[in-house]
Design a protein around this ligand. Structure first.
Ligand code: GLU
Length: 405
């Protein structure tokens, strides 16, 4: 759907259209896991390898009760676009296991992860497919993926997965990269989107996990005022502005943001409709749909989740002259630093945080400006502009076969 819309503004070759019409490979596996009580449970896992035109498949592994092959396929397609928009030498892929990781013990999660890798090993590898973290997975799980793969191939192979713990070949800056990357992209586009300065801008963030919390902290450091925050259990709101560190400490102690002193409770849905300058969906897909898009009051939507805005909602927001900074650009910081991690592993190097974040900032500023220029040239929204840049780069990889005479 997004592809069809984008090809209306960016002509692509017939070859690329055919190549992108379906994933290159989809794998569905059953993972038997011995539970702590001795019973055996089978979980379903997936890996979709969408496109390798620009390099090895790259993309996260999601552990979520709603993860299924259709969701993973859509996410794998977006990774293809994201890696191309970012200009990194990676293709697109995504993985998932249908599971609620909060219901498993640490040992059960370890057995599940190792079992998943044993099933996928033939299609993984540093030059083949390189998983990273996503919703419901973390550094520990990425470390386990690399460890299990290394055991299978009989050789330490840290470059098979990214987002690992620092002492297992992880990169400095990886955990904050998606959040801080959102700030870099926003700062690069801001002069084009508004006349106001950060200190005059208010922000509401839906999703206070790894991505949302690092974004919140970095936005506050730039002078923005965070007036609303939420997680899956509910949200908080105050016009006076929130301290994300204090909110995080409160959440850790109380298990939820609700009741944070000096704030009013607010639902996840209402948070998106707050009167503010920037609204940030940083949780899951389909947060902004045709049923709530007309109620969005912010002037800018910064998509830190993958696929938070449906195409119908995109049209409504476009008519309201609300700028949507698309996921494939706004949240690309994570996969960019994942790619730096892969590069460090391959070269047996360890870069400083300053070097990693410096490179990230430069790259995102450059690509954000690129997308902005494309949107003015094509007189279209930032999503179609980002897709246009991505499609052009994907097309450039193809060795076009001569047309029949
Ligand atoms: N899950 C992240 C994304 O959606 C990052 C994936 C990775 O690091 O490979 O972009």
């Amino acid at each position: 759907m997004q592809l069809t819309r984008a090809t209306a503004v960016q002509k692509i070759s017939d070859d690329l259209r055919v190549r992108l019409s379906a994933p290159e490979r989809e794998v569905k596996v059953s993972i038997p896991v011995r539970m702590d009580d001795g019973s055996l449970k089978v979980f379903e896992g997936y890996r979709v390898q969408y496109s390798s035109l620009r390099g090895p498949y790259k993309g996260g592994v999601r552990y979520h009760p709603d993860a299924d092959i259709n969701e993973v396929r859509a996410l794998a397609f977006w990774m293809t676009m994201k890696c191309a928009v970012a200009g990194i030498p990676m293709g697109g892929g995504k993985g998932g296991v249908t599971v609620d990781p909060k219901e498993l013990s640490i040992k059960e999660l370890e057995r599940l992860t190792r079992g998943f890798v044993r099933k996928l090993a033939p299609v993984l590898g540093p030059q083949r497919d390189v998983p990273g973290p996503d919703v419901g997975t973390n550094a520990t799980i990425m470390g386990l993926i690399a460890d299990e793969y290394s055991k299978i191939v009989g050789k330490a192979t840290p470059a098979v997965a990214t987002g690992k713990p620092l002492d297992q070949g992880g990169s400095e800056g990886r955990s904050e990269s998606t959040g801080i990357g959102g700030m870099y992209v926003l700062m690069a586009l801001l002069p084009h989107l508004t006349r106001k300065k950060p200190s005059q801008l208010t922000v509401a963030i839906q999703g206070f996990g790894n991505v949302g919390s690092f974004l919140a902290r970095n936005l506050v450091a730039e002078g923005f005022k965070i007036i609303g925050l939420s997680d899956s259990k509910g949200g908080i709101y105050t016009e006076k502005g929130l301290d994300p560190d204090a909110a995080e400490t409160y959440k850790k102690k109380n298990g939820s943001l609700e009741g944070f002193p000096g704030t009013k409770n607010i639902s996840n849905e209402k948070l998106l409709e707050l009167t503010c300058d920037i609204v940030v969906p940083a949780a899951l897909e389909n947060a902004i749909t045709k049923s709530n898009a007309a109620k969005i009051k912010a002037h800018i939507v910064l998509e830190m989740a993958n696929g938070p805005t449906t195409t119908e909602a995109d049209d409504i927001l476009f008519k309201k002259e609300i700028h949507v900074v698309p996921d494939v650009l706004a949240n690309a910081g994570g996969v960019v630093v994942s790619t730096y991690e892969w590069e460090q592993n391959l070269k047996n190097e360890h870069w400083t945080e300053k070097k990693v974040l410096g490179k990230l900032r430069k790259l995102l500023e450059r690509e954000a400006k690129n997308v902005w220029k494309r949107s003015t040239k094509l007189k279209t929204d930032l999503r179609r502009a980002a897709f246009s840049v991505a499609l052009e780069r994907l097309d450039a990889t193809l060795d076009k076969t001569p047309k029949k005479r």
